[in-house]
Design a binder for this molecule. Structure first.
Ligand SMILES: [Zn+2]
Length: 214
């Protein structure tokens, strides 16, 4: 069942590594395939050798539906997010270094870069520390999500989501670029320039030009 989606999860996890968002078997990728079925990467297995039969299928309460592997240790947090934030059809969790570094010195990545506004829906907030692998990580993610499609977890990493694994990955990659840029600016010690609420609202407007006509 869901062979294409399972392959998509492994490809997304490999991209997560290629983009330096995780090391080793860190992080996880999950996808809601219907009302009560979620595919999720297994706990502590190498993505490079992962096969589609290693992907776990669980219901929204965490009961195994299909598979022999133990699901990611963050499963209760991921399922909490999917139950309480329906727009999170695909969720990825990373330990990306620039966003995690920002969590130690700031409360949010402000909406001062067009990429942050266009790709992340605005400022991305830092959620307070909670122990890893607990449902609390999911509770804080939902609490701090706002209109964005990612949350930075203080002392930990990032949760990003979207309609599919590719858009969740894209949110995490754009967040990392934004945090890298913001930290570089902060490191100069010079005052930061900010966009006004009017400029942010104007940048957010759909202009229908980007990309190729279909
Ligand atoms: Zn983690």
């Amino acid at each position: 069942m869901h062979e294409i989606e399972r392959r998509g999860l492994i490809d997304c996890a490999l991209s997560m590594k290629r983009e330096s968002l995780v090391r080793g078997s860190g992080g996880n990728v999950s996808l809601r395939v219907d009302l009560d079925r979620v595919l999720i990467t297994p706990s502590a297995m190498d993505y490079e050798t992962m096969e589609i039969s290693d992907i776990c299928c669980v219901d929204l309460s965490g009961n195994m539906v299909e598979g022999t592997r133990r699901p990611s240790s963050d499963i209760s947090a991921i399922l909490y997010i999917m139950r309480n934030m329906p727009r999170a059809k695909a969720v990825i969790h990373t330990h990306q270094p620039y966003a995690t570094a920002l969590s130690l010195v700031a409360d949010e990545l402000p909406a001062d870069l067009v990429t942050v506004i266009d790709e992340l829906g605005g400022a991305v907030r830092v959620a307070p520390f909670t122990r890893s692998s607990d449902e609390g990580m999911g509770i804080q993610t939902v609490e701090y999500a706002g209109d964005s499609n990612a949350v930075i977890l203080k002392h930990h990493g990032v949760v990003a989501w979207g309609n599919d694994a590719d858009s969740a990955l894209s949110a995490a990659v754009n967040l990392e670029e934004g945090c890298r840029c913001f930290l570089a600016a902060l490191a100069t010690g010079l005052p930061l320039a900010h966009l006004t609420p009017e400029q942010i609202a104007d940048e957010s407007k759909e202009r229908g030009y980007y990309g190729q006509p279909g």
